[in-house]
Write a protein that binds this ligand. Sequence first.
Ligand code: NAD
Length: 317
Amino acid sequence: MNDPIRTIGFIGLGHMGGPMAANLVKAGHRVIGFDLVPELLATATGTGVEAAGSAAAAVTAADVVITMLPAGRHVLGLYRDGGLLAAARPGTLFVDCSTIDVADARTAHDAAVAAGMRALDAPVSGGVPGAEAATLTFMAGGAHTEFAEAEPLLAAMGRKAVHCGGAGAGQAAKICNNMILGVSMIAVSEAFVLGERLGLSHQALYDVASTASGQCWALTVNCPVPGPVPTSPANRDYAPGFAAPLMAKDLGLAANAARTAHVPAHLGLAAARLYADYAAGAGAEQDFSGIVRTLRDGTATAPGCEPASDPKDGTPA
Ligand code: NAD
C-alpha cells in the first residue's frame, strides 16, 4: 500500500531543515515552510517548498508539523508564543527533530497534548550530508501510534528510525550516544598523544587498537590523527565533519541531564567542559576530532564539572 501524501508545515530551513524539507517534497508530500531568514526560505522554494508568511501560517493546513530549530527555547517559544499550537488543526502531529534538552522536549510534548495536538520528539544523527542524502538516523520518543504515523515521513528523510520510548526518549538516546562519542574521542586523542611521547607511531597504535579492545568509531572512522584513516577530518586540517560547537552543545545537554537525574557522569562532565572550551576557541570552526591538538599542546583546560554553556539548552552562554 502506498503511503499517504501529507501536508507538512516545516519550520526551520537551515543546514539540516532545508535539505530535509526538500526530501519530503521529493517523496511527493506538500511542504509549507517558514524560516526567519528570507534567503533560506527563498532557497527552499527552489526545492519545491511553498513559502509561508509566518510560522503560524505554515501550519494551519498541516497534517504534520516538523520543527528543526537551534534549541529548546526556540521550540517552546514557537509552540506557545509563536502561535503554532493555536494555529494548527486539532489532532495535528507535531514532530520536533531539533536536538534539545530532555526536559524541554517533555514540556513541549505536554504543551502540544494540552492544546489538543499529538507529539513526537525525533532528533537525528548523520549531519548535513545525511540530511542531504536522506540517510539520517532518527531517535523517536512518544506513543506507538504517533511513531507509526510519522515513520513514512522519517523514511523519506532518513535511513533508519528507532522508537526509543515515551516523550523525551529520543532526546535522551541522542545525548547519551553523543556523550559516549565525546568521551571516546577524548580518550582516543589522549592515547595518541601519550603514544607520541612514548615514541609510538600513529600507525602502530592504530593497527593495534583498531583490532583490539580500544576499537571504537572515534578511532576507526573519525581518527583524530592524519594517516591511518584517510577519510577522517584530520587529513583535511580538521574541516568538519561534525563541528566542535555541535559536540559542545550536545555534551552541555548531556551534562545538564546528568545533573538533573543525579548521575555522577564524571567523564561526561569533564568532556563537556573540555569541548565547551575548545569550541569557544580554536575549535570554533573545526571538526570535534581537532581537540587532539589542544590536548597535545597542553592548552586544553583542566576539566571541572560545569560546562561553560547555557545549562538549559547546551548552546554557548
Ligand atoms: P541552523 O542554525 O542551520 O538552522 C536552524 C534554523 O532555524 C535557522 O535557519 C533559523 O533561522 C531557524 N529559526 C530559528 N528560530 C526560528 C523561528 N522562531 N522561526 C522560524 N525559523 C527559526 O541549525 P542546523 O544545523 O540546521 O541544526 C538544527 C538542529 O539540528 C539543531 O538543534 C542541531 O543541534 C541539530 N543537529 C544538527 C546537526 C548538524 O550537523 N548541523 C546534526 C544533528 C543535529
